[in-house]
Design a protein around this ligand. Structure first.
Ligand code: HEM
Ligand code: HEM
Length: 185
């Protein structure tokens, strides 16, 4: 089902919530890994982190293609131009961040000359050491992760504002309900 003004399609809604839970989980997972001492448990957890990250990349590419076809959801109520711009920019950052995190993770792994074993099903690489790719991957994965957390916090605050201040049904629409677009400003 495709997106309409008053309702969002099942594809948009399911991709949004699956990727939202997956991304929040993976950011927490990564931060835990960062603080862990090297060892067998850490290597096993990194294996899961990488496999799950590759699966997320596949879904994120699907979401990007879907969004390029559908456009972004239209706002349900009028808001100041700067707020509309911040909301739009945040959505773009979240969309791109969901792609940039797994891609930079893969750059780190491939760049350091290692292969990626995806859930034990198939292996990609190794392609030999590529220092620059490794370094870019590390910067994007580390700094990008922190920026993405800030964008998610802003995004959730925006959702709460729509829910409790504007009361315009924005959250309900992303929860699958049909809502009447408001005309008030
Ligand atoms: C508890 C957490 C979250 C809540 C309550 C929430 C809520 C929402 C709502 C209500 C919308 C619709 C906005 C509109 O109609 O204008 C939306 C859109 C969006 N959200 Fe979230 N969100 C959450 C977490 C996330 C996370 C973690 C990400 C990505 C890292 C994300 C990425 C997006 C994107 C890209 C859109 C644009 C539409 C789409 O492609 O799905 N959200 N979110
Ligand atoms: C959804 C996607 C992902 C998210 C949100 C994510 C998030 C994070 C975060 C926040 C960190 C800690 C910061 C850092 O050390 O740079 C981290 C570490 C790491 N991630 Fe990811 N990651 C994702 C996917 C991947 C993928 C696909 C790979 C590789 C194939 C990967 C490989 C790694 C590695 C090797 C570390 C370093 C662990 C350590 O030794 O401390 N990540 N990740």
């Amino acid at each position: 089902m495709n997106d309409r003004n008053a309702s969002l399609g099942a594809t948009t809604i399911s991709l949004h919530w699956v990727l939202a839970v997956a991304m929040i989980g993976m950011l927490a997972f990564g931060l835990i890994l960062e603080d862990m001492a090297r060892g067998e448990t850490k290597s096993w957890l990194i294996w899961w982190h990488k496999s799950l990250g590759v699966a997320i990349l596949v879904l994120a590419i699907g979401r990007l293609i879907w969004r390029l076809g559908e456009g972004m959801p239209r706002p349900l109520s009028a808001m100041p131009a700067w707020q509309a711009r911040v909301a739009k920019a945040t959505h773009v950052v979240l969309l791109l961040g969901t792609l940039a995190m797994p891609i930079s993770g893969m750059m780190m792994t491939f760049g350091s000359g290692r292969a990626i074993d995806v859930f034990g099903l198939f292996t990609v690489g190794p392609f030999g050491k590529m220092e620059l790719i490794d370094e870019i991957g590390e910067i994007v994965h580390g700094l990008g992760g922190k920026l993405l957390i800030a964008a998610i916090v802003l995004h959730i605050l925006g959702a709460l504002k729509h829910q409790f201040i504007d009361r315009d049904g924005t959250l309900a629409r992303m929860a699958g309900r049909r809502v009447a677009p408001a005309t008030r400003g």
